[in-house]
Every structure is written in C-alpha cells, then in structure tokens.
Unconditional design. Structure first.
Length: 376
C-alpha cells in the first residue's frame, strides 16, 4: 500500500500543480472577462457531474474491492465494472443532449441570463468527458490498479487542460470545449483497454442488473450529498454572477478553486484508503480501521493548520505576482476562503473511511447540513 500511496501522492501533486498553472494561464490568456467565463464554466461542469454519476465514484471502488476479497460470493468485480459504466454514463448523456437542444434556456437556468449561452455547448462536452473519466478511474481504483488510475488522472486532469490552452482558440468556450474533447479521447482509450482485458469475464445482462441494484442502493442515497458538496463551492459564484457580474464571480470562483487545489493534496490518502478500509470493514477488522483513522486525522489537521497560517501571510504577494494587478481587490476574498481549508481537509480525509464503514449516506447528511448553513 505504501508504494501505491507514494505514486498516488505524486500523481495528485502533479494535478495540483497543473491546477495552479491553469488559473495563471486563464488569467493571462483570457483576461478578466474570459477568466470569469472559463472558471464559471468549469464550476458548472462540477455542479452537474457529481450528482449525475449517482455516487458511483464511491460505490464502484468499494464494491469492486469487496468482490476481490471473495466476501460476496455471488458477485463479481467485472460485473460491478460493467454496471458502473452502464449507470454512470447514461444520465450525463441525457443532460448533454437536453442542454444543447435549448442552450439559451440552460444558460438562463444556470447563470441567470442568456449572456453566457455560448458556454453551454463546450461545458456539455466537458461534462461528458469528466463523467467518462470518473467512471473509468473509479473502476481501476476498485481493482487496486492505481498505476493505471494515476496515469489517467495525470493525463486528463493534469496535462489535458494545459494542452487545451496551447491548442485551442484563445476563448473561454474554445479552451473548455477542447479540454472536454481531450477528456473523452483519453478516457475512451482507457475504457477500450479495460473492455478488452475483461472481455472473457462478462457474466451477462442479468448479472449486470443484479450488480447495478447493489451499486445504486449504495450510491443513490448519496446523490443529495454530492449535490450539496458541489453547491458549497458553486453556489457562491453563481450568486455572485447574478449580483456582481462575471469578473467578481470569477475572482470568487478562483479563490474557491485554490482552496480545493490546496486541500486536494490530501485526497490521495482517501483514494488509497477506501479499498483497504472497505476490505477491513467487510472482514470485521474495525480496530484496524480505528487506528488508521486516528493517525490520518491528527496528522492531516496539523498539516492543514500550518498551511493555512502560511497561506494567509503569503496571499497578498502571491495574488500580485500570480494573477496580476487586476486581481488585487480579491485578496480579502482569497483570505476568507482559505480558512475553509481546515474543515474541508477533515472532510477529504474522512469521507472515504465513512463510506467504507457504513452503507448509510452519513457524508450526504453532513454535507446537506453544511449547505443549509451556507444558504441561511
């Protein structure tokens, strides 16, 4: 597990660096207005795709890992994989078709006006791509093939968005649409490889339906939680675009993005722990899970607190150097958002362990409470 964790840390660190560079490119290449459109488009993609995959990003690794232990004798990991692809891709396809039929209406519902209707089509392409990526990535995680999963993560979330800035038309719509096409091509190639190596293990349609029921019984109750999680980061920006305009909303969204990028440094721990904790919980080793939780939680809170203190001091020179003079007014927003890193890191560290221990959507309940507090 240590080797898997080390390589996963490297992969997520590269993705984090890419995310930081991406904001710099967007601010420099697209200008304040284009920057706002781009980050809002990315935020909308995140708002839509997590609820649409119905919790399968968590359910698939959990049940595939459990099936590999042999605890569920009547279930097979390959059938869980096929069921994941079946259920995960269909809702996104329906939404992609729907928003492209009426882009003006979709823009009004999402952004509050038709002024950003030109962002709907590229955002829908990105939605299809990130959904496909998430499903293939989840399957490889459950199979403990973290080498392939990490390579897919770096290619799609690290290299592809940067490559889009180099190859696409220098507009927010052009960059976002090209990013989505890269995601579809790379994840599609990984999917074809997965289907080829598992072509002899498919148990048939009846088995897939049986496995799908298990996955959805675990994943569907988590949909409100996934929507609440995205809402915690997307709603402030979507409210700001209605009341303050695209530029201010873009600055707020950038602050939120930096928060998630910084906290994402802790995500590899949960990515590796979920299959292990699921297998331990299934075999009854709760004491082992408890020891794991204590070590992870104490270390994570200490590191996050130190990072926030350092970040608060460095934000003014960082904003001036990184984003330029046009973003100086956003310094208080960046400082306020950074405080959220400590509780968010706790969530990032604990969410996979909670899902490993209990079929009930405990994370969903906690996230809905947090969203209710935000709205109030």
């Amino acid at each position: 597990m240590r080797i898997q964790l080390a390589w996963t840390l490297v992969a997520e660190f590269l993705v984090m660096l890419s995310g930081v560079l991406l904001l710099k490119l967007a601010a420099s290449v697209l200008g304040p207005m284009g920057f706002g459109e781009y980050v809002l488009g990315r935020r909308v993609v995140g708002l839509l795709y997590l609820p649409l995959i119905m919790g399968l990003g968590i359910a698939a690794p959990r049940y595939i890992a459990i099936a590999r232990t042999g605890v569920l004798k009547e279930y097979a990991e390959s059938s869980f994989a096929f069921a994941t692809l079946t259920a995960g891709l269909l809702p996104a396809l329906v939404v992609v078709l729907a928003v492209n039929v009426a882009p003006g209406l979709a823009s009004r519902l999402i952004f509050g006006s038709t002024a950003l209707s030109h962002m709907i089509s590229p955002a829908s392409i990105a939605l299809a791509g990130i959904t496909l990526h998430s499903m293939v990535y989840a399957i490889h995680r459950g199979r403990s093939e973290m080498g392939i999963a990490n390579a897919l993560q770096v290619a799609n979330l690290g290299v592809a968005p940067i490559g889009a800035f180099l190859l696409a038309k220098r507009t927010a719509a052009g960059v976002l649409g090209t990013t989505g096409l890269f995601w579809i091509i790379i994840a599609g190639a990984a999917l074809l490889h997965l289907l080829y190596i598992e072509r002899h293990n498919w148990a048939g349609g009846v088995s897939v339906r049986q496995h799908l029921r298990v996955l959805l019984r675990f994943g569907v109750p988590r949909i409100p939680g996934e929507f609440a999680l995205v809402g915690l980061f997307a709603l402030p920006s979507l409210i700001a675009v209605r009341t303050q305009g695209v530029v201010i909303a873009g600055q707020l969204s950038a602050a939120m993005s930096l928060l998630t990028i910084a906290s994402g440094a802790f995500a590899p721990i949960g990515l590796v722990i979920l299959p292990r904790a699921s297998a331990q919980a299934a075999s009854g080793d709760i004491a082992g899970v408890r020891r794991l939780v204590l070590r992870i939680l104490v270390g994570g809170v200490v590191l996050a607190s130190a990072g926030v203190l350092l970040g608060e001091a460095l934000i003014p020179p960082f904003i001036h150097w990184y984003f330029g003079p046009a973003f100086i007014g956003a310094i208080p927003v960046f400082r306020a958002c950074l405080l959220g890193a400590i509780p968010y890191v706790v969530y990032v560290l604990m969410r996979n362990i909670l899902d490993a221990l209990d079929v009930r959507p405990i994370n969903a309940r906690n996230l809905m409470i947090a969203l209710a507090v935000l709205v109030l």
